[in-house]
Ligand binder design. Structure first.
Ligand code: MN
Length: 401
């Protein structure tokens, strides 16, 4: 099978920075739509594409290998996000296509999409979004989902959580098939009918890609737009598309668009096989899990702090309490309170005396000695002991204790 490829990416009309990245190096094609504040989105999509850039198609099991590579990208983005506080919470979508013989393997996470044009346009991937889940549950119609304000909230993204689930799909391709990979900057702006019309009417893949980007911009261009069009034709080998899109070229075909100057005027087309863009940005909604996790850490920290303060406070209180009680048969002065909590004594002996506790208890005023006679301070406690000693001395002895 021979491939012809067209690629276009654009910042759109609203965002200041293009956080989409893409790869078009036969037999591997991918789009990635990054998210996260500051530089995060850009770094995430770039890192994911860079990881896929070293992909080698195995003789067998290409789909599984591609899934493994996306999982590898997931760990790399996670590690990077954990090590740099500016990048925390970043993530990216990845929709990737690898061709082998007459087969196309697709692996997918997020809300970028893959479509197949064969007679008519069919969507091959399912969006991992909150609204798509609601559509599946019958809570929203597809039309409502398309215009929902929260339509870009993802339920799955690369770089967010361990144990990422990657969708995969393999299909037989025929001569005349056309596969489109695109970020949601196209599909949130342009109806499927209009996408289908351009893909049907425009035979040149590069021109089709540029027209799709233009259409998204004419509709408002509210998001970054990235489009990869892959045509399958009878024959061997590859031929590059128009405008210098590199396909199956040098191993160093990695291109990064400049920060400035590529901005607003018309679609940018791929000047290199691997492209990313970066200008200023408006952050996309961050996926829910990391935020929630961060909030949990705050809660747990707050609870631990309160517990520590409570323990210190209790300790300070107990250390200022005194009472006179019984220890090993003798009258003793205790520091603390005469009680146990969870089997722990909240007092310790400060001073013991030679006075018999049982003899003291036989005297009416000291009969509750074993329960503890509270004192205001150590001096006060010593006063009580002095009183007991005096009372014992003045009372007739009734034998030894
Ligand atoms: Mn997007």
């Amino acid at each position: 099978m021979k491939l012809r490829v067209g690629v276009a990416t654009d910042v759109g009309r609203v965002r200041e920075r293009n956080e989409d990245s893409y790869l078009a190096r036969e037999p591997l094609f991918a789009v990635a739509d990054g998210m996260g504040g500051h530089r995060g989105g850009n770094v995430a999509s770039e890192l994911a594409i860079e990881t896929l850039g070293s992909f080698r198609v195995p003789a067998q099991g290409a789909a599984a290998a591609l899934v493994e590579d996306i999982k590898r990208a997931n760990l790399r983005v996670m590690e990077r996000g954990a090590s740099d506080r500016d990048l925390r919470g970043m993530g990216t979508t990845v929709t990737a296509l690898v061709t082998q013989d007459a087969r196309a393997h697709i692996a997918h996470v997020g809300d970028s999409r893959a479509y197949l044009l064969r007679d008519e346009l069919q969507q091959l991937t399912e969006d991992h979004t909150l609204v798509q889940r609601m559509v599946r549950e019958g809570k929203l119609t597809p039309e409502e989902a398309g215009h929902h304000p929260q339509r870009s909230v993802l339920t799955r993204a690369v770089g967010v959580e361990d144990g990422l689930d990657v969708d995969e799909l393999t299909l037989d391709v025929h001569s005349g098939d056309r596969i489109l990979l695109c970020t949601d900057g196209l599909t949130s702006m342009v109806e499927n009918d209009a996408i289908e019309r351009i893909l049907k009417d425009e035979p040149d893949p590069q021109s089709a890609a540029e027209q799709l980007v233009s259409l998204a911009n004419e509709a408002g261009g509210e998001d970054n737009i990235t489009v990869v069009v892959v045509d399958f034709e009878q024959g061997d080998g590859a031929s590059g598309a128009a405008d210098g899109v590199t396909v199956a070229s040098s191993p160093s075909a990695v291109g990064v668009f400049g920060e400035e100057g590529n901005g607003s005027a018309g679609p940018r087309t791929g000047a290199a096989a691997l492209g990313t863009t970066s200008v200023e940005e408006l952050p996309r909604p961050t996926p829910i899990p990391p935020k929630r996790r961060r909030r949990w850490i705050w809660w747990v920290s707050a609870i631990v702090l309160v517990l520590i303060l409570a323990v210190i406070g209790t300790r300070l209180y107990i250390d200022r309490q005194w009472y006179v009680g019984e220890s090993e048969g003798r009258v003793a002065i205790f520091n603390g309170i005469p009680t146990k909590i969870l089997g722990i004594h909240l007092a310790h002996v400060a001073e013991t005396t030679e006075l018999s506790a049982s003899r003291a208890e036989q005297l009416q005023p000291w009969q509750d000695l074993r329960d503890g006679i509270t004192a205001n301070n150590l001096h006060d406690a010593e006063g009580i002991v002095t009183q007991i000693r005096a009372d014992l001395a003045s009372s007739p002895s009734r034998g030894t204790p």
